[in-house]
Design a protein around this ligand. Structure first.
Ligand SMILES: [Zn+2]
Length: 159
């Protein structure tokens, strides 16, 4: 008899996305993304952080203040990092697992890269203009999205 307590594909890829998010140095929000081919091969991963060469110790992580003294102009979101980290060619037809619903800027990159499905965990900014604009573009482009349904499984990994 085969084992029956193995994790599902959705749990596997959302787990990888969330593990990737744990690499982020952002003190308030850790978001992770995992891009997967249609036949369930992991293609790329990403988390929110500053571009290469922009030091986590020198650039600001603040959320308030003059715009250029906050993290917002500098941080690259996990979805965009995952897309840019991919070195294999086309992402056409791929799926994106992400722990937070993509903003409008990431939605543009998702659409343009050819990703066709988004599986997201949290949508806590659903009422913001950025997420409303994101959904408007995704709907127009025919990119589908669905919320990840957690079965409440807890996985412990000793690292
Ligand atoms: Zn974004």
């Amino acid at each position: 008899m085969k084992r029956t307590d193995y994790i599902t594909w959705d749990e596997y890829f959302m787990g990888v996305a969330k593990l990737s998010g744990m690499r982020s140095k952002d003190p308030s929000t850790q978001v992770g993304a995992c891009i997967v081919s249609q036949d369930n091969k992991i293609l790329s991963m990403g988390y929110n952080g500053f571009p290469i060469g922009c030091s986590d110790d020198e650039f600001p992580w603040d959320k308030k203040g003059e715009e250029e003294d906050t993290k917002y102009p500098y941080v690259t979101h996990s979805e965009l990092n995952a897309i840019l980290n991919y070195r294999g060619g086309s992402l056409a037809g791929a799926k994106l697992y992400v722990s937070l619903f993509p903003c409008n800027e990431c939605a543009k990159a998702i659409i343009q890269s050819g990703i066709r499905e988004i599986i997201y965990e949290c949508d806590k900014y659903a009422d913001t203009p950025a997420v409303r604009a994101s959904k408007r573009m995704l709907d127009a482009a025919g990119v589908s999205y669905r919320q990840y349904e957690s079965a409440g499984r807890n996985v412990t990994i000793e690292l």
